[in-house]
Design a protein around this ligand. Structure first.
Ligand SMILES: [Zn+2]
Length: 531
């Protein structure tokens, strides 16, 4: 990460007093600072301009985008630095530790070093046994990775608790746009792990559901069931809207591509073929809508949206539905181009340009020809998502020179089972959603293959965090989730027996109550040790 620019972002944000001008009139650039949420006035534009000039002179940073939410960018930069810093410090620290293992009072010195550099302790038994067979660095590495995961999840959870007003405002915004639920299915690729928080700047709310699948190939039956639960709640409880309200259920599929290495670093599930990724996502979206139409005769109450993400720059391609809610691979707004085209405009002009880009996309002819513009609420949502993503393009430009250095896989661990959904950051985790290994074995094999390249070939284990959510209101749910985690762990040990025997597959088992931000409860860690 370009820490110099990260520092510059922080200085700039501090100079702005935790406020930013870009969110005026832009509903919920998610991660919007509390000051703005509380309705404090935005700084005068002259002040903003003065700060910009100082920054440009001091750091050589090019002029920021007029709609970029710089205060949130600074906050997200701090978060990325601290979370990835935790993971990145592990190997150098263990190398230093390895050099000490034959010293007197090694165990005490090791604990002191780990506490100072990584902020946690190591299992005493591994340190005490080091004099016999040498230090088990594989086990220690896995232990440190899981400690970093737990600490980062706690940090994210705390941050979520600080966003309560923001979440409410986002829910109100969705309702204003005419949506009572937003169900998002991205690809499970670790480079999309920061989708909500960074790329789209949408907080986790009671309205939003995010479930990742390899290739964004979401399970239609599961989603129809979720649709049914959502609609039943409206009928029985009038939450979040009553059945008479003409609000809709929005289903969003997210595919991805790489502009730097389109044939190598695109979606692995579709052989890095962008057209296949788009067609497959469109097919699932239409299957979902048809399933509801056929089973409940109310397809009109669902809306569809398709978004592509360039995982090298985080810029999105937003496919614009037509007046009938139909999508096309060829009708979209390319936000990377929009960013460049609007960079030198005033904030007001840039706002207009975003609306104009949407209108132009709707008028696409030829293969992308549609039947008019989407409804008003959908247009407002699209404009918002585009503006939110402009901030993220600026973020990548400022902190990573416009393009990530790690355009390929650089995940730190494999997340198996339920999503550790509080962890929202690019390239932190590869995710395999499964309740039994059989159902998710293809995803799991891909994960192990990725980690064979990242870790195993360097002698480091693949750290696998097996995680399940349970509903504390349901009697026995925690025990069942715990048993399921152990069952999946045993199945993983059996399938990847060779890796397991060599200590190159290490599992960590945890469960968590349903509400977002609940503490992660570790069941078992290293080698089956209970904690
Ligand atoms: Zn993918």
């Amino acid at each position: 990460m370009n820490t110099r620019n990260a520092y510059a972002l922080r200085v700039r944000a501090a100079a702005l007093g935790g406020q930013q001008h870009a969110t005026r009139g832009v509903p919920f650039g998610l991660g919007t600072p509390a000051a703005v949420m509380q309705g404090r006035p935005a700084p005068a534009s002259g002040f903003v301009a003065a700060v910009d000039q100082v920054d440009c002179a001091d750091t050589g940073i090019v002029r920021p985008h007029p709609l970029a939410d710089r205060a949130t960018n600074a906050r997200l930069a701090r978060c990325e630095e601290s979370v990835k810093g935790r993971f990145d410090a592990i190997v150098p620290t263990l190398k230093a530790l390895s050099g000490l293992q034959h010293e007197q009072d090694f165990a005490e010195r090791a604990q002191a070093m780990i506490e100072e550099r990584l902020g946690h302790r190591l299992p005493d038994n591994i340190l005490n046994d080091a004099w016999v067979a040498g230090l088990d660095l594989k086990a220690l590495y896995a232990h440190c990775v899981f400690a970093a995961v737990t600490a980062a999840a706690a940090q994210f959870s705390q941050d979520l608790k600080n966003q309560i007003e923001l979440v409410q405002d986002t829910n109100n915004f969705f309702l204003d746009c005419g949506f009572h639920a937003v169900d998002i299915s991205p690809c499970a690729d670790g480079r999309l792990k920061g989708l909500m928080r960074y790329i789209l700047r949408l907080p986790l709310t009671s309205f939003t559901r995010r479930k990742a699948y390899a290739g964004a190939l979401f399970d239609v039956e599961t989603d129809v069931r979720h649709w049914g639960e959502t609609e039943l709640r409206r009928f029985r409880e009038g939450v979040p809207t009553t059945p008479e309200a003409s609000t809709r259920y929005l289903k969003v599929a997210i595919y991805h591509y790489s502009t730097s290495a389109p044939r190598q670093e695109g979606c692995a599930a579709h052989g890095s073929d962008d057209n296949k990724a788009i067609e497959a996502a469109l097919e699932r979206l239409y299957q979902f809508r048809n399933a509801i139409e056929n089973a409940y005769c109310c397809g009109a109450s669902t809306d569809l949206l398709l978004i592509g993400v360039d995982t090298d720059t985080d810029a999105i391609k937003l496919h614009v539905p037509d007046a009938n809610g139909n999508l096309s691979a060829h009708r979209f707004v390319d936000n990377a181009s929009l960013f460049t085209e609007t960079l030198h405009l005033s904030a007001d002009q840039a706002h207009l340009a975003v609306h104009e880009a949407l209108r132009k996309a709707s008028q696409t002819g030829g293969w992308g020809q549609g039947q008019g513009e989407p409804h008003d609420g959908m247009r407002r949502l699209i404009v918002n998502l585009l503006i939110n993503n402009l901030s993220q393009i600026e973020y990548v430009r400022d902190l990573h020179g416009g393009r990530y250095a790690d355009i390929g896989h650089a995940e730190r661990y494999i997340n198996v089972g339920d999503d550790l959904k509080e962890m929202q950051m690019r390239n932190v985790a590869y995710y395999a959603h499964l309740h039994t290994l059989e159902e998710g074995v293809a995803d799991m094999d891909v994960g192990i293959k990725i980690f064979s390249g990242l870790n195993v070939k360097h002698g480091l284990p693949a750290p696998v965090a097996i995680h399940y959510r349970y509903d504390a209101r349901v009697p026995g749910a925690r025990e069942r989730a715990t048993a399921k985690a152990r069952r999946v762990r045993d199945a993983l040990h059996a399938r990847y027996a060779e890796l397991h025997a060599q200590g190159l597959l290490v599992c960590h088992l945890s469960v968590q109550d349903l509400p977002t931000g609940s503490p992660i409860e570790t069941i078992e860690t290293l080698n089956g040790m209970k904690t």
